[in-house]
Design a protein around this ligand. Structure first.
Ligand code: HEM
Length: 144
């Protein structure tokens, strides 16, 4: 299973918009969606004691978000296979943190919301991201 030319184009174009103006900005947006859920937030030692309304602009959140977006960027730009190891490595990190695949799946919803906010919520783009996410999770599971 791989992305066809049209799906790859839809992912690349939407990612170019969403990952602007910087990976830290994009990461902050994604994590503010992800951490709205207090049970998800409780997984993060770095953030669980910070009230949600104090998270926007938080330096640690922006730094962590930037690292996560960097991995997604490596994966999207390395769909020829060169991004695989970066995601597998994150799978290993998550396993060590006790994060199940079900917990990591929550990121798909956060990413979908950020895509919607950036005006990239059309059917073709969403379907391409759905496929991209399945590829991401397959590489991620290989790290377990
Ligand atoms: C696209 C999806 C994701 C990517 C690429 C990703 C990437 C990463 C990376 C690179 C680290 C290591 C950060 C460091 O070295 O400080 C990390 C740590 C971690 N991730 Fe993820 N992550 C993703 C989704 C999630 C989700 C959805 C959860 C929880 C629901 C999660 C939970 C954690 C936790 C608990 C840590 C340890 C944080 C700490 O150092 O305190 N991750 N992740």
């Amino acid at each position: 299973m791989s992305l066809n030319v049209a799906e790859k184009k839809a992912v690349e174009e939407s990612w170019a918009r969403v990952s602007q103006p910087s990976f830290q900005d994009a990461g902050e947006k994604v994590f503010l969606k992800l951490l709205k859920n207090k049970f998800t937030k409780a997984n993060f030692k770095k953030f669980r004691d910070i009230p949600f309304d104090q998270l926007p602009g938080n330096a640690a959140l922006r730094e962590h978000g930037g690292q996560v977006v960097q991995v997604l960027d490596d994966f999207i730009k390395g769909l020829d296979g060169s991004g695989y190891e970066a995601v597998k490595k994150v799978g290993r990190i998550h396993k060590a943190e006790g994060m199940t695949s079900e917990k990591i799946e929550l990121m798909k919803l956060a990413l979908c919301e950020v895509l919607d906010d950036a005006g990239c919520g059309d059917h073709v783009t969403k379907a391409a991201w759905e496929k991209l996410w399945r590829l991401f999770m397959a590489a991620h599971s290989d790290g377990y």
